[in-house]
Design a protein around this ligand. Structure first.
Ligand code: URA
Length: 241
């Protein structure tokens, strides 16, 4: 159990400054466990205390977890002089919190991008040792075959000596252009594009669908985002346990 001052707890949501919290408390607008809080300096346990401001329950999560449907044309960086970044798609209150994307998608890649300020979770999700599968949908130029699947499964070594862990390639349709699902446990630079180029079948389109238990919510249009549900966040945290 860790006790924190009420003003610190509420300010950590990014919605109010500590002095705003003091004013809210003075005005009797903050309830803790159903009672009007007497002082912003009182200490509470964030895990067990129900806090409401103006009658609305406040979620006191130490960390923020957002799911973004990354559109093509936007960089997976926190700042970049050369163009729009995924943070530019978020409202100011989230940008202030120091969120960063968990792993990078190429500028032209679309799909699931997790943004958080939880560095330990990000590390675990990206570590090949933790075996978190990332699944991508891809469309390639050329006919995918069983040999391509076998090459992916055996762990490819690319022309520049880059060694890839065994990866999944599930063909959805094969023809002059083919569609497939690719499953990776790591995230090397341009990895899928380089693996498929090495097989002579360059990527035409790439979209990440999932990361571990977290699946892209197809209700989200490219550029849209939402907070993870408690269940989704708990599923990801299961990786670190
Ligand atoms: N592999 C790639 O080549 N690009 C991505 O954006 C992600 C995986």
């Amino acid at each position: 159990m860790s006790m924190e001052r009420l003003d610190k707890l509420l300010a950590s949501t990014g919605r109010w400054s500590r002095s705003e919290v003091k004013r809210l408390v003075r005005e009797g607008r903050v309830l803790t466990n159903g009672r009007i809080a007497a002082s912003a300096e009182e200490k509470y346990d964030a895990e067990t205390t129900a806090i409401a401001v103006d009658g609305e329950a406040v979620r006191l999560s130490r960390y923020v977890y957002l799911m973004l449907h990354k559109p093509a044309g936007v960089l997976s960086a926190t700042e970049d002089g050369r163009g729009e970044t995924v943070l530019d798609l978020l409202p100011q209150e989230y940008r202030k919190r120091g969120l960063f994307p968990v792993g990078r998608l190429d500028k032209d890649t679309e799909g699931l991008l997790l943004l958080t300020d939880d560095g330990a979770l990000a590390h675990d999700l990206l570590s090949p040792k933790k075996h978190v599968d990332k699944v991508y949908y891809t469309r390639v130029d050329g006919e995918l075959t069983a040999e391509d699947c076998a090459a992916f499964a055996s762990g490819m070594t690319l022309g520049d000596g880059m060694k890839c862990l065994p990866a999944g390639l599930e063909i959805l349709s094969a023809g002059a252009e083919s569609e497939a699902l690719v499953t990776l446990r790591e995230g090397k630079f341009h990895q899928i594009k380089r693996m498929l180029a090495a097989r002579g079948k360059p990527v035409l389109y790439l979209k990440r669908l999932s990361m571990g238990t977290l699946k892209l919510d197809e209700v989200l249009k490219p550029g849209a985002w939402r907070e993870l549900t408690d269940q989704e966040a708990a599923g990801l945290r299961g990786v670190s346990n």
